[in-house]
Structure formats: structure tokens, C-alpha cells
Design a protein around this ligand. Structure first.
Ligand SMILES: Nc1ncnc2c1ncn2[C@@H]1O[C@H](COP(=O)(O)OP(=O)(O)OP(=O)(O)O)[C@@H](O)[C@H]1O
Ligand SMILES: [Mg+2]
Length: 446
């Protein structure tokens, strides 16, 4: 028995004696209070009963009559029950807490077991601690194949650096944004999963990671198919534009030029007739105007400079023409892009993006000056178009297009993303708008 126990039991003894000697209600209240103190000092109820028994035996040794023994035992038992009542209450509360805990544990287990996403935990060393049943449905592996083993071989080799980086990041107590990982399936294929992960914390310390992996393989496949489809549509549209441009230029323009020559010849033969000559000159002027119009339409559809001199010349010419027509100051900077040609699809994407961006500047921005810059940065080609206009009112990229309008920004983003690139838009009210597109160059093209 330690000092605390000795102290408590001697207190109990004197309180019991006090009660037996007629201490009444006051002594009983002590019994209850005493039980509370014993609990707080973590005294076990069994030790309390043993000490009670000892005290009672000592008392009974000095009692001769049977009646007195019975009276003493009954009173002492009553006192003991009062002392134990706080134990009983605590025990009841404890039982209820355990039941609630079991219920919530059961609910949590059911949730994990029926979840449609893989729910996993990893140790700090990356050993798989737990996996829920859907892991088997999604990957075809048995859970026992992987629990207790490192997670690394489950990851596509190209995604492993990302997975390891995120694991250490989470172990530092931080929560990363959602990211994609390809997980190796039993049949040798890969499932694309979208991972949400957080640190698993116990008593203030990170003891591993907790994560949810959502199978998005089908969604990714559909997205890829849609991308391919969109690319085919854009390619077909571009091809059609090229054909139309050629026909307008080679066919209609030639025909109009031929007409002009013929009229010129007729004009000579009727030179004496001033009235007819004037009429013919008027027709010739009109034909000339049409030729200029058809040529610029043809250039708009497919600028010959794009095929003949490459993207930077074509863009520079477009900026020059545009600044003259709309009296807008456009500076073109082609830093580091001395190459004449880049992959055609990238050139066309940039050219169309420039057309749409400049059209937006004229339609919406009230800008005075525009800066267009084309930059090759090793593995990618970047295009930035910034104006000093009024800026975009509120995020229109997320707004739905209406009345056939509002597709410009969306189509710029799509063109960039279809080629694996990025599209960023920064707009400050009253200060202007900046669009930045970066498209990776194919590795055999760098
Ligand atoms: N440079 C800019 N300066 C100010 N506002 C702009 C600029 N570019 C776009 N916007 C705003 O963003 C909106 C969406 O532009 P977007 O090009 O998608 O559509 P649109 O030009 O209205 O129509 P569409 O291009 O389909 O003919 C515009 O209506 C305009 O309010
Ligand atoms: Mg537009």
C-alpha cells in the first residue's frame, strides 16, 4: 500500500467510525465525498472493500452480542454502499461512453467498408497499414497482397517522384491539393486515381498519412476521347479554312484579275467613246476593290505568311495590319524565337489565339496599347498578350456563353489545353488584361 492509499484508507476508517458512532447524515455525506476522492486518486473499488472489511472485522472483534454485530454490519454496509455510489456512477458513464464509441466505430467501419473510393493509411515509411475492400474491386489485387508492404511498387514509375514528394509533404503536417496518380492493377494495366491525402495525427504527432483514392480511369478516358474529337474538329476546320483561302485566292482572285485585263483591253478599243471609257474605268475600280477584299478575306482565313515565313512573321504582320486598321498601338516582341517554323498545330493555335485576343481588345477593353510577346523557353513556346484597358468585369471564363457569344476565352483555353499547354488570365479592373499561354514543344522538336 502506498502513502496515498494509506491516507485514504485511514480517512475511510475514521469516517466509518464516525458514522457508526451516530454521525448520521453528515457522516454519510462524507462517505459519498470520500468515494469521489478515492476515484480521483485512482483507488480501486476492490481495495476499498478490502479495507472496509478489515475495519469491520476489527470492530466486530470487540462486540459480544449477536444483535450488536448484526446492527454494526448493516450500518457499515450502508456506509460502504454510499461510498461506492460514485464508483457505480462513473462505471455507468464509462459503459455508456464505450457503447457510444462502439456505435461510432461501427458506423465508421461500415462507411469505410462500403465506400466506393479506396481509403488507405500509410506509415511514415510508406508502408500500407490499411486498405478498404473496394481496393480489390478497383485493382483486382487482394488487400492482403499489399497490407504491410511499401506502397511504392503500386505506383506508375513516372508518377513515383510526385507520390514520394507528396508523401514527405504530408508527413511535414501539410495538406496538398488533390492530385492524380496511376495505380498498377493486378492485370498489369493502370487505373488513374484522384488522391486526397492528409496527415494522420495521434497525440499531436504525425504518425502516417490517411488518403482517399477515387478511380477516375473512365472519366479520364472520356476526357481524352473528347479532346481527340475536339482536336479533329479543329483540324478539319483549319483544313477547310485553308481550302477556302486557296480557292478564294487562286480561283476567284485570278478570275477577277482576268476580268480586269479583259476590261482593260475593251477600254482601249473604246477609248474614243469617253462615256463608255468612264463606265469601264468605274467597273475596273470596283473589280480592284473586290480583289483587295477577297485577298484580305483569304489572308484572314489562312495567312500565307504562316505557311511561308512561320509564326513570328505571320503574327508580326497581323499585329501591324491590326494596329493600322484599329489605330491601336501594338508592340510585337519575339524574344528568342528565331526559328521559322514550329509544329503546325502549335503555330495555328497561337495565331488563332492572337486573333481572338486582339479582337477582344478592340471589342471590350478600351485599351490604347497592347503588348504581344512570343518567347521560346527551351521546352515550350509562350505567348503573352497584355492590354492597358479596363480589365474584365468578373471572371467571365467561368460564365456560360450566351447568344453565340462568350466563346472566345473558352476556345483560347481549349486550344492551349488540347496541345497539353496552359492558359492563364490575369485581369485587374481599370488596369488591363493579360493572357499567357504556354505550349510544350514535342521533345523531338526542341
Ligand atoms: N481584353 C479584354 N478587356 C476587357 N474585357 C474583356 C477582354 N477580353 C474579354 N473580355 C470580357 O470577357 C468576356 C468574354 O470574352 P469572350 O472572348 O469569351 O467572349 P466575347 O468576346 O464576348 O464573345 P465571342 O468572343 O464569343 O465573340 C467579354 O464579353 C468581355 O466582357
Ligand atoms: Mg471574344
Amino acid at each position: 500500500m502506498n502513502v496515498v492509499e494509506l491516507e485514504i484508507f485511514s480517512l475511510y476508517k475514521s469516517a466509518l467510525l464516525d458514522y457508526l458512532n451516530g454521525g448520521g447524515e453528515h457522516a454519510l455525506r462524507w462517505a459519498y465525498e470520500f468515494g469521489r476522492r478515492a476515484l480521483a486518486k485512482e483507488i480501486r473499488s476492490i481495495d476499498l472493500i478490502a479495507s472496509h472489511q478489515e475495519t469491520l472485522e476489527e470492530l466486530l472483534a470487540n462486540v459480544s452480542s449477536k444483535e450488536e454485530s448484526v446492527r454494526l454490519t448493516q450500518s457499515a454496509t450502508y456506509f460502504l454502499m454510499e461510498s461506492l455510489s460514485s464508483f457505480e456512477m462513473t462505471f455507468r458513464g464509462y459503459r455508456e461512453a464505450i457503447a457510444t464509441l462502439q456505435q461510432s466505430e461501427e458506423r465508421y467501419r461500415r462507411l469505410i467498408d462500403t465506400a466506393r473510393d479506396v481509403i488507405y493509411t500509410l506509415t511514415t515509411e510508406g508502408i500500407i497499414k490499411s486498405l478498404n475492400p473496394v481496393f480489390e474491386t478497383i485493382t483486382g489485387w487482394a488487400r492482403t497482397d499489399w497490407i504491410g508492404k511499401p506502397f511504392m511498387p503500386l505506383i506508375h514509375p513516372d508518377d513515383l517522384p510526385l507520390a514520394l514528394g507528396i508523401h514527405s509533404f504530408v508527413l511535414s503536417g501539410q495538406t496538398p491539393p488533390v492530385f492524380d496518380l496511376r495505380i498498377c492493377a493486378f492485370d498489369g494495366g493502370y487505373r488513374v486515381t484522384e488522391i486526397t491525402t492528409v496527415p494522420e495525427i495521434y497525440q499531436g504527432k504525425v504518425i502516417g498519412t490517411f488518403g482517399i483514392a477515387r478511380d477516375i480511369t473512365e472519366r479520364k478516358e472520356t476526357q481524352d476521347q473528347l479532346k481527340k474529337l475536339a482536336k479533329r474538329v479543329l483540324d478539319a476546320q483549319e483544313e477547310e479554312r485553308r481550302r477556302l483561302a486557296r480557292e478564294l485566292h487562286d480561283d476567284l482572285c485570278q478570275w477577277l484579275s482576268g476580268m480586269k485585263l479583259t476590261i482593260g483591253m475593251v477600254e482601249e478599243s473604246v477609248s474614243a467613246d469617253k462615256k463608255s471609257s468612264a463606265k469601264l474605268r468605274k467597273i475596273k475600280d470596283q473589280i480592284n476593290d473586290r480583289i483587295v477584299e477577297v485577298r484580305s478575306l483569304s489572308t484572314l482565313l489562312r495567312p500565307p505568311a504562316l505557311d511561308d515565313f512561320g509564326i513570328s512573321v505571320a503574327m508580326e504582320r497581323y499585329c501591324d495590319d491590326y494596329s493600322k486598321i484599329y489605330e491601336l498601338q501594338i508592340s510585337f516582341d519575339k524574344d528568342g524565337t528565331d526559328r521559322v517554323h514550329y509544329p503546325t498545330e502549335i503555330e495555328i493555335a497561337f495565331y488563332r489565339i492572337l486573333q481572338e485576343a486582339l479582337s477582344n481588345v478592340v471589342k471590350h477593353s478600351h485599351a490604347h496599347a497592347v503588348l504581344v510577346s512570343l518567347k521560346e523557353k527551351g521546352s515550350s513556346l509562350g505567348l503573352e498578350i497584355s492590354d492597358d484597358g479596363i480589365g474584365i468585369p468578373s471572371e467571365p471564363v467561368k460564365q456560360k456563353p450566351t447568344n453565340g457569344h462568350g466563346f472566345g476565352l473558352i476556345s483560347m483555353r481549349e486550344r492551349a489545353e488540347l496541345l497539353g499547354g496552359t492558359f492563364h488570365l490575369v485581369s485587374t479592373a481599370g488596369k488591363g488584361t493579360m493572357i499567357h499561354i504556354d505550349i510544350p514543344l514535342p521533345s523531338n522538336d526542341i
